[in-house]
Design a protein around this ligand. Structure first.
Ligand SMILES: [Zn+2]
Length: 286
Protein backbone atom coordinates (compact mmCIF):
# COMPACT_ATOMS: atom_id res chain seq x y z
CA UNK A 1 0.00 0.00 0.00
CA UNK A 2 1.38 3.43 -0.80
CA UNK A 3 2.20 5.33 2.36
CA UNK A 4 2.45 9.06 2.93
CA UNK A 5 5.79 9.54 1.12
CA UNK A 6 4.52 7.69 -1.97
CA UNK A 7 1.28 9.70 -2.03
CA UNK A 8 3.30 12.90 -1.59
CA UNK A 9 5.42 11.85 -4.57
CA UNK A 10 2.31 11.14 -6.66
CA UNK A 11 0.92 14.54 -5.64
CA UNK A 12 4.08 16.37 -6.72
CA UNK A 13 4.24 14.46 -9.97
CA UNK A 14 0.59 15.13 -10.77
CA UNK A 15 1.09 18.82 -9.99
CA UNK A 16 3.81 18.90 -12.65
CA UNK A 17 1.73 16.94 -15.16
CA UNK A 18 -1.87 18.15 -14.98
CA UNK A 19 -2.07 21.52 -13.18
CA UNK A 20 -3.85 24.04 -15.40
CA UNK A 21 -5.46 21.41 -17.61
CA UNK A 22 -9.21 21.61 -18.26
CA UNK A 23 -11.36 18.49 -18.19
CA UNK A 24 -13.35 18.00 -21.38
CA UNK A 25 -14.84 14.60 -20.70
CA UNK A 26 -14.87 11.95 -17.97
CA UNK A 27 -15.51 8.26 -18.42
CA UNK A 28 -16.08 5.94 -15.46
CA UNK A 29 -15.62 2.30 -16.43
CA UNK A 30 -15.90 0.84 -12.91
CA UNK A 31 -18.71 2.58 -10.99
CA UNK A 32 -17.72 1.33 -7.55
CA UNK A 33 -14.57 3.48 -7.52
CA UNK A 34 -16.87 6.52 -7.33
CA UNK A 35 -18.23 6.82 -3.78
CA UNK A 36 -19.79 10.28 -4.13
CA UNK A 37 -22.01 11.27 -5.81
CA UNK A 38 -23.91 7.98 -6.06
CA UNK A 39 -25.01 8.92 -9.56
CA UNK A 40 -22.05 8.14 -11.84
CA UNK A 41 -23.43 10.20 -14.71
CA UNK A 42 -23.63 13.17 -12.35
CA UNK A 43 -19.94 12.64 -11.45
CA UNK A 44 -19.00 12.72 -15.14
CA UNK A 45 -21.14 15.77 -15.93
CA UNK A 46 -20.08 17.87 -12.92
CA UNK A 47 -16.40 17.51 -13.85
CA UNK A 48 -16.83 18.67 -17.44
CA UNK A 49 -15.22 22.08 -18.02
CA UNK A 50 -13.45 22.11 -14.65
CA UNK A 51 -9.80 23.21 -14.59
CA UNK A 52 -7.31 21.62 -12.18
CA UNK A 53 -5.92 24.44 -10.02
CA UNK A 54 -3.53 22.22 -8.07
CA UNK A 55 -3.32 18.91 -6.25
CA UNK A 56 -2.97 18.75 -2.47
CA UNK A 57 -2.62 15.91 -0.02
CA UNK A 58 -4.38 15.16 3.27
CA UNK A 59 -3.00 12.02 4.89
CA UNK A 60 -2.94 9.40 2.15
CA UNK A 61 -5.72 11.14 0.19
CA UNK A 62 -5.08 13.23 -2.92
CA UNK A 63 -7.22 16.37 -3.28
CA UNK A 64 -7.68 17.66 -6.83
CA UNK A 65 -8.64 21.30 -6.37
CA UNK A 66 -10.87 22.30 -9.31
CA UNK A 67 -12.77 25.52 -10.14
CA UNK A 68 -15.92 24.57 -8.23
CA UNK A 69 -15.20 21.13 -6.79
CA UNK A 70 -12.64 19.08 -4.92
CA UNK A 71 -12.02 15.51 -6.07
CA UNK A 72 -10.76 13.37 -3.20
CA UNK A 73 -8.92 10.26 -4.37
CA UNK A 74 -7.49 7.39 -2.32
CA UNK A 75 -5.19 4.90 -4.06
CA UNK A 76 -5.61 2.20 -1.37
CA UNK A 77 -3.61 -0.91 -2.33
CA UNK A 78 -2.71 -0.57 -6.00
CA UNK A 79 -4.28 2.58 -7.45
CA UNK A 80 -2.13 4.53 -9.91
CA UNK A 81 -2.42 7.57 -12.12
CA UNK A 82 -0.75 8.00 -15.47
CA UNK A 83 -0.88 10.71 -18.13
CA UNK A 84 -1.41 9.42 -21.66
CA UNK A 85 -2.11 10.71 -25.15
CA UNK A 86 -5.84 10.41 -25.78
CA UNK A 87 -5.33 7.83 -28.52
CA UNK A 88 -2.96 5.60 -26.52
CA UNK A 89 -4.36 2.07 -26.23
CA UNK A 90 -6.25 1.45 -23.02
CA UNK A 91 -4.34 -0.74 -20.57
CA UNK A 92 -5.96 -3.42 -18.44
CA UNK A 93 -7.54 -2.30 -15.16
CA UNK A 94 -8.10 1.30 -16.33
CA UNK A 95 -11.23 2.40 -14.48
CA UNK A 96 -11.55 6.18 -14.77
CA UNK A 97 -10.47 8.43 -17.66
CA UNK A 98 -10.20 12.22 -17.50
CA UNK A 99 -9.86 13.61 -21.04
CA UNK A 100 -8.40 17.13 -21.17
CA UNK A 101 -9.09 19.84 -23.72
CA UNK A 102 -5.47 19.58 -24.96
CA UNK A 103 -6.08 15.96 -26.00
CA UNK A 104 -4.10 14.34 -23.19
CA UNK A 105 -5.78 11.96 -20.75
CA UNK A 106 -5.28 11.23 -17.06
CA UNK A 107 -6.09 7.58 -16.43
CA UNK A 108 -6.72 5.87 -13.11
CA UNK A 109 -5.68 2.23 -13.00
CA UNK A 110 -6.31 -0.09 -10.10
CA UNK A 111 -5.70 -3.84 -10.25
CA UNK A 112 -7.24 -4.50 -6.85
CA UNK A 113 -10.17 -2.09 -7.37
CA UNK A 114 -10.05 -0.86 -3.76
CA UNK A 115 -9.37 2.80 -4.61
CA UNK A 116 -12.04 5.46 -4.03
CA UNK A 117 -13.05 8.87 -5.40
CA UNK A 118 -15.36 11.38 -3.72
CA UNK A 119 -16.46 14.64 -5.36
CA UNK A 120 -17.41 17.60 -3.16
CA UNK A 121 -18.42 21.19 -3.78
CA UNK A 122 -15.37 23.33 -2.95
CA UNK A 123 -14.98 23.98 0.77
CA UNK A 124 -16.96 20.93 1.91
CA UNK A 125 -14.51 18.05 1.62
CA UNK A 126 -12.53 18.57 4.82
CA UNK A 127 -15.60 18.51 7.07
CA UNK A 128 -17.15 15.31 5.70
CA UNK A 129 -16.13 11.66 5.43
CA UNK A 130 -13.58 10.42 4.53
CA UNK A 131 -11.43 13.42 5.53
CA UNK A 132 -13.30 14.89 8.51
CA UNK A 133 -11.69 12.88 11.32
CA UNK A 134 -8.10 12.83 10.13
CA UNK A 135 -5.41 13.68 12.67
CA UNK A 136 -2.17 15.66 12.60
CA UNK A 137 -0.15 15.99 9.37
CA UNK A 138 3.35 14.80 10.27
CA UNK A 139 5.08 16.84 7.54
CA UNK A 140 3.16 20.02 8.30
CA UNK A 141 4.51 22.90 10.41
CA UNK A 142 1.62 22.25 12.82
CA UNK A 143 3.19 18.90 13.78
CA UNK A 144 5.11 20.27 16.75
CA UNK A 145 6.45 18.27 19.67
CA UNK A 146 3.72 19.84 21.79
CA UNK A 147 0.91 18.83 19.42
CA UNK A 148 2.37 15.31 19.12
CA UNK A 149 2.71 14.95 22.90
CA UNK A 150 -0.85 16.13 23.48
CA UNK A 151 -2.20 13.45 21.17
CA UNK A 152 -0.03 10.58 22.34
CA UNK A 153 1.26 10.99 25.88
CA UNK A 154 -1.67 9.99 28.07
CA UNK A 155 -3.05 7.06 26.07
CA UNK A 156 -2.95 3.59 27.58
CA UNK A 157 -2.74 2.00 24.10
CA UNK A 158 0.39 0.36 22.72
CA UNK A 159 2.43 2.93 20.83
CA UNK A 160 2.48 1.17 17.45
CA UNK A 161 -1.30 0.88 16.89
CA UNK A 162 -1.66 4.42 18.21
CA UNK A 163 0.77 5.77 15.60
CA UNK A 164 -1.12 3.84 12.91
CA UNK A 165 -4.46 5.33 13.96
CA UNK A 166 -5.29 7.98 11.34
CA UNK A 167 -7.42 9.92 13.83
CA UNK A 168 -4.29 10.81 15.82
CA UNK A 169 -1.65 11.21 13.11
CA UNK A 170 -2.24 10.67 9.40
CA UNK A 171 -0.15 8.91 6.83
CA UNK A 172 2.15 6.68 8.90
CA UNK A 173 1.73 3.14 7.61
CA UNK A 174 3.29 -0.14 8.67
CA UNK A 175 6.70 0.43 7.06
CA UNK A 176 7.37 3.87 8.48
CA UNK A 177 5.99 3.12 11.93
CA UNK A 178 8.50 0.27 12.32
CA UNK A 179 11.30 2.50 11.00
CA UNK A 180 10.37 5.40 13.30
CA UNK A 181 10.13 3.24 16.44
CA UNK A 182 13.49 1.65 15.64
CA UNK A 183 15.12 5.03 15.10
CA UNK A 184 13.72 6.24 18.43
CA UNK A 185 14.72 3.02 20.23
CA UNK A 186 11.17 2.30 21.36
CA UNK A 187 9.56 -1.14 21.52
CA UNK A 188 6.29 -1.15 19.52
CA UNK A 189 4.39 -2.69 22.44
CA UNK A 190 5.29 0.02 24.94
CA UNK A 191 2.23 1.70 26.38
CA UNK A 192 2.09 5.25 25.03
CA UNK A 193 1.63 6.70 28.52
CA UNK A 194 4.86 5.03 29.69
CA UNK A 195 7.02 7.02 27.27
CA UNK A 196 9.28 9.57 28.87
CA UNK A 197 9.52 13.11 27.61
CA UNK A 198 12.90 12.29 26.09
CA UNK A 199 11.45 9.26 24.30
CA UNK A 200 8.55 11.32 22.97
CA UNK A 201 11.05 13.87 21.68
CA UNK A 202 13.06 11.15 19.96
CA UNK A 203 9.95 9.57 18.48
CA UNK A 204 8.61 12.89 17.19
CA UNK A 205 11.95 13.57 15.51
CA UNK A 206 12.14 10.00 14.15
CA UNK A 207 8.66 10.19 12.56
CA UNK A 208 9.47 13.46 10.78
CA UNK A 209 12.93 12.32 9.67
CA UNK A 210 11.74 8.93 8.41
CA UNK A 211 8.91 10.38 6.35
CA UNK A 212 10.89 13.37 5.09
CA UNK A 213 13.88 11.32 3.95
CA UNK A 214 11.54 9.02 2.08
CA UNK A 215 9.71 11.92 0.42
CA UNK A 216 13.11 13.32 -0.60
CA UNK A 217 13.95 10.19 -2.58
CA UNK A 218 10.50 9.67 -4.06
CA UNK A 219 8.84 7.08 -1.88
CA UNK A 220 9.46 3.41 -1.25
CA UNK A 221 9.65 0.79 -3.99
CA UNK A 222 8.23 -2.01 -1.89
CA UNK A 223 5.43 -3.83 -3.72
CA UNK A 224 6.57 -2.41 -7.06
CA UNK A 225 5.29 1.05 -6.30
CA UNK A 226 5.40 3.36 -9.33
CA UNK A 227 4.77 7.10 -9.20
CA UNK A 228 2.65 9.09 -11.66
CA UNK A 229 5.47 9.33 -14.22
CA UNK A 230 6.31 5.66 -14.10
CA UNK A 231 9.37 6.21 -11.92
CA UNK A 232 9.99 3.57 -9.30
CA UNK A 233 10.87 4.92 -5.86
CA UNK A 234 14.34 4.34 -4.41
CA UNK A 235 13.82 4.11 -0.66
CA UNK A 236 13.80 0.37 -0.12
CA UNK A 237 17.55 -0.04 0.31
CA UNK A 238 17.55 2.57 3.08
CA UNK A 239 15.14 0.69 5.35
CA UNK A 240 16.80 -0.12 8.67
CA UNK A 241 14.38 -2.62 10.10
CA UNK A 242 11.27 -3.24 8.00
CA UNK A 243 11.51 -6.44 5.97
CA UNK A 244 14.86 -7.38 7.58
CA UNK A 245 13.70 -10.32 9.72
CA UNK A 246 16.64 -12.56 10.87
CA UNK A 247 19.17 -10.04 9.54
CA UNK A 248 21.63 -8.24 11.83
CA UNK A 249 20.66 -4.82 13.21
CA UNK A 250 22.68 -2.11 11.47
CA UNK A 251 23.35 -0.45 14.83
CA UNK A 252 24.16 -3.27 17.27
CA UNK A 253 24.33 -6.46 15.19
CA UNK A 254 21.56 -8.25 17.11
CA UNK A 255 19.22 -10.43 15.07
CA UNK A 256 16.05 -8.57 14.05
CA UNK A 257 12.90 -10.54 14.76
CA UNK A 258 9.38 -10.30 13.42
CA UNK A 259 6.25 -10.53 15.50
CA UNK A 260 2.65 -9.30 15.38
CA UNK A 261 1.55 -6.14 17.17
CA UNK A 262 -2.02 -4.90 16.85
CA UNK A 263 -2.59 -7.38 14.03
CA UNK A 264 0.30 -6.06 11.95
CA UNK A 265 3.64 -7.68 11.08
CA UNK A 266 6.25 -5.87 13.18
CA UNK A 267 10.05 -5.81 13.04
CA UNK A 268 12.03 -5.27 16.24
CA UNK A 269 15.68 -5.17 17.35
CA UNK A 270 15.71 -6.81 20.81
CA UNK A 271 18.65 -4.73 21.98
CA UNK A 272 17.90 -1.29 20.50
CA UNK A 273 14.18 -1.50 21.35
CA UNK A 274 13.86 -3.09 24.81
CA UNK A 275 10.41 -3.65 26.23
CA UNK A 276 10.65 -1.89 29.55
CA UNK A 277 7.65 -3.44 31.26
CA UNK A 278 8.28 -1.76 34.58
CA UNK A 279 9.54 1.63 33.44
CA UNK A 280 8.54 4.33 35.90
CA UNK A 281 5.89 6.69 34.61
CA UNK A 282 7.06 10.23 34.53
CA UNK A 283 4.68 13.09 34.73
CA UNK A 284 4.59 14.88 31.38
CA UNK A 285 3.93 18.59 31.35
CA UNK A 286 2.06 19.61 28.27
ZN1 LIG B 1 20.00 -3.07 17.40
Amino acid sequence: MPELPEVETVKRTLNMLVTGKTIEHVQVRLPRIIQKPQDIQMFEVLLQGQTIERIERRGKFLRFILDDYVLVSHLRMEGRYGLYAGDDPLELHTHVLFRFTDGSELRYKDVRQFGTMHLFPKGEDLTQPPLHKLGLEPLDESFTLKAFTERIAKRSTKIKPLLLNQEYIVGIGNIYVDESLFLAGIHPEREASSLTRKELEKLHKAVVETLQSSVDVGGSSIKSYVNGQGEIGMFQHQLNIYGRESEPCKVCGSEIYKTVVGGRGTHICPKCQPLKRTSPRKKIDI
